[in-house]
Write a protein of this length. Structure first.
Lengths: 346, 346
DNA sequence: AATTGGCACTCAACTGAGTCGAGTGCCAGG
DNA sequence: CCTGGCACTCGACTCAGTTGAGTGCCAATT
């Protein structure tokens, strides 16, 4: 079993290794940290830590490096989150305060987070499945094209063009608007999807032109709603990976690909288990199913009236967990506040 | 002056170097290419090419490598575009045929191009400044929020929410819609911007609530129009840079950053000068003002009823210009065809 | 005048021996 | 349980020597 001092040694190793990028030896530890004991004692502790698979020696005779398990213990038990400086805090708030709509706010959030941490920042769009559909707007664009606009009560808007069989009259449009509106407005997005599919399935074959147009419009509405349910990510700082490249044994290709694909990261983030503070971390090999064995992801829940989602960052396993976790927590905090306060801006 | 055979030697050097990634020597050339002369003769030619700064020897005694100027001559005079295979052509067309709206079409275009070339693919949104505004739609969202939707005759749609001082009535909305519509509908986007700013500047201070609402709406319309004018890029394949990393002497950081920033690439692409086929290339040091000295950009113009823009790719200077230029040309060709044919889908 | 074979020369890349030193494991003594 | 001491390991570095691909140049050939 690892002693209390053993854990302090682990903490020292993690901190120094993150700092210097070099394996940490017993002598370096007694020099940099005020343990009241000799190097030989530290060595004994290190031998125990190695037995527990918390640290490992790259070569028979060199300093030790934390294992993924070591980082995990550090994050769970040893890391003291290093709070942001006042300047940083006010920089974040003023930067986020200037945001216009939701898209802008999230874009600013990732930029702030990547700036703060030097890592790849990620924010998940608030999930809209729980939002209610508040408006359906149809606009004849001339010819066989009808613009369909959906608006939720949480302020998300999306539009798409439906191609219909014939040019609808103003009257047709008004009629359709009423028809679709009564079917969907006021319902939750998740229910709307259901509603649309059953209506399309149950309804009689289109008997006349108007019915055919209605069907086409409904199909487009369905596609659009489907997109509401899909989560999306906003990211920034992908380029920073190139700077940290030496932190990765292999190529950064899988990371860049995951960033481009998004779907892998979405799955990863949604499967992370948060602690009581809403913070979560997935370290190194824990990301094996996602092909990101040399990376860590830190995330925090944030909330808004639309229902929350996650904000976090992606970086090499060898990262400064104390600072980065604190930054993620702070940004999530401010993001939540922005979304609660100022409903109007969304 | 460089002889005709000298140029053939340059071509051979470029091709072999791109192939093998290693400096090519005189002996390798006579082996791989059927020049009817001896290695010594080739050496003489190579000396001349070196005088002209078309090739360079990394070390006193090793094979030669093309200079940026050498690539330039190759691209301008020597490259025979290697046409795509039938399978590739039909893959592109069927992939693009499935596209829904404009966004989807462009997304598919970059994916096809990055697939084809293994490089970073880029497409510039069609410029909308010449398009006409065909619809302005206002929707009261309840409370002080008004949804503003703009539609151009080329099918681009964008929406944004305006915050106004008081909740407008249905009547107010109808009135505003007519007012803004008569001001802008039918005009070219570029003119609309002008129109909005002068109206906002000249008009009297808002005398009543409705005027204040009108002002707020107009301001939002102005912002939205401004965004129409800004060009945007769609990209894919950034991760491929990590694979080709060894082709870059320095870090790929500046490249990833340019990709993330977009604005650099936009400037670069807009300043490229196309040949009579609409193709253009910017090679290595020619990109110095943009900080991309180890990269090349190939681009081609494409056209649509909305007015055209550019599609292209970004990769290391040491790339297969023959294949890549052909791929860019082909993709631009199909994209143009899609945009001409099938106006309805946009 | 262009081409060619021959030849001396250069220089990066590789090899192998030797040294250095940071760091370890272990042990006997405090 | 801690500590100083000590033998040991092994990567990193240095240095000299070798190899070989490739060049530049020149005199001879066509």
């Amino acid at each position: 079993m690892v002693s209390e001092r053993g854990l302090q040694v682990l903490r020292a190793i993690v901190q120094d290794y993150v700092d210097t990028r070099e394996p940490v030896g017993s002598k370096a530890i007694v020099e940099r940290h005020a343990f009241g004991v000799s190097a030989a004692t530290i060595r004994n502790d290190m031998a125990l830590l190695e037995d527990e698979d918390l640290i490992v020696a790259p070569h028979t005779s060199s300093g030790r490096v934390p294992t993924d398990k070591g980082y995990r213990v550090f994050v769970d038990h040893l890391a003291e989150l290093r709070p942001l400086s006042g300047a940083q805090r006010s920089a974040i708030t003023s930067f986020l305060d200037e945001a216009g709509d939701l898209d802008d706010l999230l874009a600013r959030t990732v930029r702030a987070l990547t700036q703060l941490t030097g890592q790849v920042a990620i924010v998940q769009y608030p999930s809209f499945a729980r939002a209610n559909l508040s408006h359906v707007e149809l606009v004849a664009l001339g010819g066989p094209r009808v613009l369909v606009v959906l608006v939720t009560d949480t302020g998300r808007v999306s539009q798409r063009i439906a191609l219909v069989v014939a040019e609808p009259t103003e009257n047709d449009i008004a009629h359709l608007r009423a028809r679709v509106g009564s079917l969907l407005v006021g319902r939750r997005v998740a229910d709307c999807v259901q509603q649309v599919t059953t209506t399309l399935a149950d309804g009689p074959r289109p008997g006349n032109t108007l019915d055919a147009i209605a069907d086409a419009v409904l199909r487009v509405v369905g596609e659009e709603l489907e997109e509401f349910r899909q989560d999306r990510l906003v990211m920034a700082g992908a380029a920073t990976l190139a700077k940290r490249e030496s932190d990765f044994r292999g190529s950064i290709y899988p990371l860049l690909e995951a960033i481009e694909e998004q779907v892998t990261l979405l799955r990863l983030m949604s499967e992370m288990v948060a602690d009581e503070q809403g913070l979560s971390a997935s370290i190194g090999r824990e990301n094996e199913p996602f092909g990101l064995v040399e990376a860590s992801v830190l995330a925090s829940r944030y909330d808004g009236s639309a229902g929350g989602a996650r904000v976090g960052l992606l970086g090499p396993t060898r990262m400064d967990y104390s600072s980065n976790l604190a930054a993620v927590r702070a940004v999530a905090h401010y993001l939540t506040r922005m979304l609660e306060d100022d409903d109007s801006a969304r």
